[in-house]
Write a protein that binds this ligand. Sequence first.
Ligand code: ZN
Ligand code: ZN
Length: 275
Amino acid sequence: MISRVDLHLHTTASDGQFSPSELVAMALERDLLVIAITDHDTTMGLAEALEAARGTGLEVIPGVEISCDVPHEEVHLLGYYFDHHHPALRGKLRAMRDARLRRAKGMLVKLAALGFPLPWEMVAELAGDGSVGRPHIAQSMLKMGYVASTGEAFDLYIGRNGPAYVERYKLSPSEAVSLVKEARGVPVLAHPLKVMHFLPSLVEAGLVGLEVYYNGYSAEEIRGLAALARKFDLVPTGGSDFHGPDVLDTVEMGGVWVPMESVERLRALAKKMRT
Ligand SMILES: [Zn+2]
Ligand SMILES: [Zn+2]
C-alpha cells in the first residue's frame, strides 16, 4: 500500500540532506497529501516549507522533534500543529541548539585524542544552515577515510556508548511534552519501541500520540504499538524519519504506510488545543 502521509521528515534546517523546498517538491512528485517537517530541536525550516507548499494542495504540518535528556536512551518527542512563533518554544529550542554546537566541538576534541582529527570547517560546512549533529561528524569521518560508513562512525565512536560521545543540554521527556502543549501543539512520542517504559508518565504529562508506523518496525511490532495506543487513547501516527540517502541510508520519503485517519485525528486535537 502506498502511503500518502509522512509525518516524520528532516531537512537541512537540522541534519537532513534536502532543503525544505526540495523536500516539498519531492513530496509532490511522490503524490503525498500530507507531510510534517520535524527537524531536531528547530523550527527554522518551517517557513520555507509552508511557503513552498502554498497553493499546491500538499498540507505541510508544522512539526519539531525534540531530543530529551534520558541517560543511555534516545527519547525523542515530536510536536505537531504548534504555534512556531511561540516565544517559550523558540527560546528553549535556541538553548538546545547552542548546546548542540558546544557538544559537536567537544566530540571533535575527543575524536582528535583518539587519532581522528577532523577540521571544524568540514563539519560546519556539512551542517550548512542547519544545526550541527552527529550525522555531520559521521559524514566527515567517512570523508577523511576514518570509517567505511557513517553507521560505523556511530557504532564505533560517536554512538551513545562510543568513546567520542558527549552529552548535551536537553529537556526531560515530560518537559518536552509540556513545552509542545504550551505552544498549543500536539505531543507525540517518536520511534517508541525501545522506550515504552516512559509511556505511562508521558501520558500523565499530556502525551496525545504514539509513533506506531515507523521505518523498520515489523508488522507484529506495529500491531503491538497500535494496541498500546488504543489502550492509552493515543493517536497512532507515523513516518519515515527520512534524512536523505547521503545522511542516513534507510527508508524513502513516504516509505512507511501511515493512515490518513491519523492526520484527521491529530488535526481535530490540534483544533481543540487552540480553543
Ligand atoms: Zn528521532
Ligand atoms: Zn527524526
